[in-house]
Design a protein around this ligand. Structure first.
Ligand code: BGC
Length: 628
């Protein structure tokens, strides 16, 4: 063999070895660092950041990427995938309940998922998330508190903190450690289907109640090393509520998932201050919205997430994306996921295909499309929340602490009374006096617990009708609170044919049927024809009529309100309808005020945060209006 051939063979050999080496680097995991018998990260007395760094130092790329995945529980293909992929978190999308939808069923289901996560090499527990947005309303029989718009009407931070704390207790009783609440959106257009999920359009009120909620749910103050009870998630960062009509990226919706005008000055003056307060209150996770800021979906906007939220506001928790939102960034799944992670999203609510996500992110790190330090940063933030929850320190999911459902129902009833806003009260008709001997009650929402609870109650879109165990309808509340000397007669449609003379008072309990998200985007929110007829019938056979609006948002009533003697709005009060009766009959005083302006017509929309309207004509009622 001549020298030339030998050299050629050697060269080919070197090339082959090189290719094999590179291929193994590309496709295999890096070396795993052996975990000592008692690693620092399992020492509950060590500082959280030390524990995080220690754990991170043992993690492979696969293990890190797994932590960044948030999967809807019905999409987990086999239970062992949780430990095999080291998934960071699971969720019940609303309505994603266990077969046995009870406290026992939830504990069993979440407990099984949790136990499986602890089978992974590093025994990292999962986060399990639900939308406990007005109590843990996933579970029939649990207290359904008023939707946030009602809490905004109370303006009472102490009350909101108590409610959030009670909610946290009920969430924990089902083995869950994470809630996608509170909502920081600020609605400027009542046509949006999510107005009732918000506290107000006023940044000051949103910031104040939001911080109280976080403190209540997490059960702590803002000390970085203090243990939290249930992880709160302010949402939806940022600008959600100010999307313009007809800009939705979803063909079924009009305004939800739409475009927030790109206005940096407004962003800094209005949208950011509440989030700054949320960070100070100890928020450790935050959800980015499905809206766009100008052309760009928020989840793809590195300026808003990395520069503004993380660098400028100093947020050290993790950013989670909203339902499938990352995959709306582009048509290509790889590009979408890479763009979102590089923009600063730390955990992706996939919520479906985790295998594809894990593959793509690993590939992106290996090719340099995502830098390793970005992944480390994301995982650090996620682990920080897990340590703060004490998840590594519990031997197993503990027995539920006894939950005082009776006390929570009393709290909810008080909140309902405080959230009622009196808008009109001719001749001081309210509170109803003892002389009123015959009262007629009518309307679609009078005896309809599903309607008064609204959506996000057991089912995502809610359930119209009387079905929630243990709850009290507004009618039942009126029957109890009015006392034995008053005769209450009820007919939903007000066809009281047998009455001989006019009743002293008619109470029309009318309003919106349940809806959630973009399915509630409505060109003109107003009373239905049937409700309007019910009010007219009631007027014909009653000396005076009180209209009680059960609604998630202001309705356009300008042409009707003059004909009504008294008007109050009770929003979506939840399971404790007796709170409405308390204010009707003077057992509680009217203290609620409107948390947002009440437009006189659709042409005034959007109404911007400083309370002015687009055409500057007068609204029907100003923000913070409410008669005593
Ligand atoms: C909503 C979020 C919610 C998530 C999980 C999405 O459709 O926009 O607010 O937290 O679902 O249920």
């Amino acid at each position: 063999m001549n020298t030339f051939r030998v050299m050629a063979i050697v060269l080919i050999g070197v090339v082959i070895l090189g290719v094999v080496y590179l291929a193994t680097q590309y496709f295999s995991s890096e070396e795993t660092r052996v975990v000592p018998r008692n690693p620092l990260y399992l020492d509950s007395t060590a500082e959280i950041d030390e524990r995080v760094n220690d754990l991170l130092s043992y993690m492979t790329l696969e293990e890190k990427v797994g932590q960044m995945a948030l999967v809807e529980k019905n999409s987990v293909q086999t239970l062992s995938d949780i430990s095999r992929f080291g998934l960071g978190a699971l969720l019940s999308g609303f309505g994603g309940k266990p077969e046995d939808n009870s406290i026992v069923g939830w504990r069993q289901m979440v407990g099984d998922f949790m136990a499986e996560s602890k089978q992974s090499r590093l025994r990292i527990p999962i986060l399990y998330g639900v939308d406990a947005i007005h109590g843990h309303s996933n579970v029939p029989g649990f207290t359904v508190f008023p939707h946030s718009i009602g809490l905004g009407a109370t303006g009472d931070a102490g009350l909101v903190q108590e409610i959030a704390h009670a909610t946290g207790e009920q969430v924990k009783a089902t083995g869950i450690n994470w809630s996608y609440s509170p909502t920081y959106d600020m609605p400027q257009d009542i046509r949006w289907g999510r107005v009732y999920e918000t506290f107000s359009d006023d940044p000051e009120l949103v910031g104040r109640l939001g911080s109280a909620y976080i403190a209540g749910l997490q059960g702590q103050n803002a000390d970085a090393n203090e243990r939290i009870e249930v992880l709160a998630t302010p949402k939806h960062f940022v600008g959600a509520g100010s999307m313009l009509w007809n800009t939705s990226s979803n063909e079924n919706f009009r305004i939800d998932q739409g475009v927030t005008p790109k206005d940096l000055q407004r962003l800094k003056a209005e949208y950011l201050p509440p989030y700054q307060q949320a960070i100070e209150a100890g928020a450790l996770s935050m959800m980015v919205g499905l809206n766009s800021w100008g052309e760009t979906k928020i989840a793809a906007n590195s300026y808003l997430i990395r520069t503004v939220l993380k660098d400028e506001l100093g947020f050290t928790g993790f950013v989670v994306s909203d339902w499938y939102g990352v995959y709306e960034i582009s048509d290509d799944d790889y590009d979408s996921a890479v763009t979102a992670i590089n923009a600063g999203v730390d955990m992706v609510m996939l919520p479906f295909d985790y295998k594809d996500f894990v593959r793509n992110i690993q590939r992106a790190v290996r090719t340099g499309d995502i830098k390793m330090h970005r992944v480390d940063d994301a995982v650090t933030r996620i682990l920080r929340a897990k340590f703060a929850l004490g998840l590594f320190d519990d031997a197993s999911v503990q027995e539920p602490e006894p939950t005082d459902f009776e006390a929570h129902a009393a709290l909810a009833r008080k909140a309902v009374a405080q959230s009622a806003v009196l808008l009109k009260n001719d001749s001081n008709l309210l509170p109803i006096r003892a002389e009123a001997k015959t009262i007629l009650v009518a309307g679609s929402a009078a005896d309809n617990i599903g309607q008064q609870a609204g959506a996000w109650t057991v089912e995502w879109q809610g359930i119209d009708g009387n079905w929630l165990p243990g709850a009290t309808s507004i009618l039942a509340g009126i029957q109890t609170v009015s006392g034995p000397a008053t005769k209450i007669v009820y007919r939903a449609d007000a066809q009281f044919n047998t009455l001989e003379q006019k009743a002293d008072i008619g109470i029309a309990v009318v309003g919106e049927k349940p809806y959630a998200e973009g399915w509630g985007d409505k060109q003109t929110p107003r009373l239905s024809e049937a409700d309007t007829q019910t009010i007219s019938r009631l007027q014909a056979i009653s000396k005076k009529v009180v209209v009680v609006l059960v609604t998630g948002r202001p309705l356009i009533i300008t042409d009707q309100v003059d004909g009504w003697d008294a008007l109050m709005v009770v929003w979506l009060p939840g399971s404790e309808g007796a709170g409405v009766a308390d204010v009707l009959f003077g057992k509680a005083a009217f203290t609620g005020t409107l948390p947002l302006p009440w437009p006189a017509s659709i042409s005034q929309l959007p109404i911007v945060t400083d309370g002015t309207t687009r055409d500057r004509s007068t609204v029907l009622y100003e923000r913070y209006f409410g008669l005593p």
